[in-house]
Design a binder for this molecule. Structure first.
Ligand code: HEM
Length: 497
């Protein structure tokens, strides 16, 4: 019996050793780098660089790796090998000059589960479906007011609601995050479903909570772990499961809107994105190209996810930088008083006459760096970049932090300095390395809308209020990094002007 146990024990250890060596060799062969592959930190079998990943501020760690390994370097998260492209010139070379090679999004286990059954919405779709959906969304945005003044009107109306909400605080300290998020999301609601929600609407508040929590979890260590080890994570308990239930609840919310739109759809007079999409679906019965009901819900989720938190977070960074730089805030207030006054509604026609405010908004976006990594891409064929080979099918990160803080492009990259966007006479100057919306064929679809919202919301708020923090409070610019980089929660006083 004793000998039997000994043999079994020995066999078991041998088997274990054999399986272990087999896994290591298989992993090595699968992830072996081809000649002239970009350099990067040494990675462990199976887990890659997961253990050394800075979970709090990955973009800071990746900036340091770019200093060590150069403008094109590699990194491995579990089974996912990725190549980082850094610095304005190299990022532009990839996503603009070699646009066709770097245009697609890679497979992503997390988003695959969110998007299951759809054609990938707007953000994750590729090929003809993406082209068609992107073109359709852009033309719908134009038809419903962008560049025609109607969108400007909706934004100004929303600003009035926001001002009223802030007035209710009577100068006392309040958290601006929820109000800004609500206000900005209402602009997407107008666009997608033709209506806005009151700031006290319970169901809408819950949807916004789900939306921001799903985004936060997606960029958290739980989201990264799911992407790196989907088969394992699927079966484990943990906060990552909330992401899926939250996205399902948002999809339900939108599906209910779609159902009610179907009931009173007027083919000759579409009211919003949902109506326009339902009408377009009838023209695509043969070749769907993403014009299906499930993809309508997914595209709408994308517009909410990509268009709400980004803009409201930028407005929060605006408060942080204006409060930390009171001279800048005073100069913006003076320009608003001089050009618009305190009663007339602001309009986009005012922007060319307000170079200082325009420069401040640009600098807030640069320093805010709210999408620090950018959207991921995958190479369509073998190519070279910075002298290195990037094989077909490689996940590529056109690293936006490295562009917005590029030492060779910005005079004071790490300091808030509206002068980056002003010439010696105080006129506004465009800067090529200003790419918070990215560039090339996948450039942010909502860039025009976001710029309009940022200008009108900020000017509308500063027309009525000046902002400061409670005595003794020092605001942090460190931020919390998920998919987006948001300021730490803070409270402000809004003093009526
Ligand atoms: C300050 C606000 C915003 C910032 C900084 C921002 C930034 C970005 C960035 C960096 C990307 C990835 C681009 C790439 O992969 O190269 C992106 C994509 C996208 N954004 Fe925005 N965004 C903002 C507002 C908006 C708004 C308001 C909308 C909605 C209308 C929107 C809709 C989208 C969509 C649909 C995509 C995916 C485009 C595609 O894959 O073709 N964004 N955005």
């Amino acid at each position: 019996m004793g000998l039997y146990n000994l043999l079994m024990d020995f066999d078991f250890k041998l088997l274990f050793l054999f399986v272990f060596i087999y896994i290591i060799i298989a992993d090595f062969l699968k992830h072996r780098n081809p000649p002239n592959y970009p350099p990067g930190p040494l990675s462990l079998p199976l887990v890659g660089n997961v253990i050394s990943l800075d979970r709090k501020h990955p973009h800071v760690q990746f900036s340091k790796l770019a200093d060590i390994y150069g403008k094109v370097f590699s990194f491995r998260l579990g089974g996912d090998k990725m190549v980082f492209v850094s610095g304005y010139k190299t990022v532009k070379e990839a996503i603009v000059t070699q646009a066709d090679i770097f245009v697609d999004r890679p497979h992503n286990a997390l988003l695959d589960r969110f998007f299951s059954g759809s054609s990938g919405g707007l953000f994750m779709s590729n090929g003809e479906t993406w082209k068609k959906q992107r073109r359709f969304a852009l033309s719908t945005l134009r038809n419903f007011g962008l560049g025609k003044g109607t969108m400007e009107q909706s934004i100004c109306e929303e600003i009035r609601h926001l001002q009223e909400e802030i007035e209710k605080e009577k100068g006392g300290p309040f958290d601006p995050a929820i109000l800004f998020y609500n206000g900005v999301s209402n602009i997407i609601c107008q666009l997608v479903m033709g209506k806005r929600f009151d700031y006290s609407d319970h169901n809408f508040q819950i949807m916004l909570k789900y939306l921001s929590e799903a985004l936060r979890l997606q960029g958290s260590v739980w989201g990264l772990m799911y992407q790196a080890f989907p088969e394992l994570m699927k079966h484990l308990p943990g906060p990552h499961n909330k992401m899926f239930s939250h996205v399902d609840a948002i999809l339900d919310f939108i599906s209910q809107e779609v159902e009610s739109h179907k009931k009173d759809l007027d083919h000759s007079d579409p009211r919003d994105y949902i109506d326009a999409f339902l009408i377009e679906m009838e023209n695509h019965k043969e070749s769907d190209l993403g014009f299906t009901e499930i993809n309508l819900a997914m595209c709408s989720v994308d517009l909410f996810m990509a268009g709400s938190e980004t803009t409201s977070t930028t407005l929060l960074w605006a408060l942080v930088y204006l409060i930390k730089n009171p001279d800048t805030q005073d100069k913006v207030l003076a320009e608003i008083d001089g050009v618009i006054g305190r009663t007339r509604q602001p309009s986009m026609a005012d922007r060319p006459n307000m170079p200082y405010t325009d420069a401040v908004i640009h600098e807030i976006q640069r320093m805010g760096n709210i999408v620090p990594l950018n959207g991921l891409r995958i190479t369509a064929k073998d190519t070279t970049l910075g002298g290195y080979l990037i094989p077909k099918g490689t996940t590529v990160i056109p690293f936006l932090t490295s562009v917005l803080f590029d030492k060779t492009e910005w005079e004071t990259p790490d300091t808030f300095n509206p002068g980056h966007f002003l010439d010696a006479e105080g006129k506004f100057v465009k800067r090529e390395a200003f790419l918070p919306f990215s560039a090339g064929k996948r450039v942010c679809l909502g860039e025009g809308l976001a710029k309009m919202e940022l200008f009108l919301f900020l000017v509308g708020l500063l027309q009525k209020f000046s902002f400061c923090v409670p005595d003794g409070v020092e605001l942090s610019t460190e931020g919390v990094t998920g998919v987006t980089r948001v300021p730490h929660p803070f409270k402000v006083h809004a003093r009526a002007r």
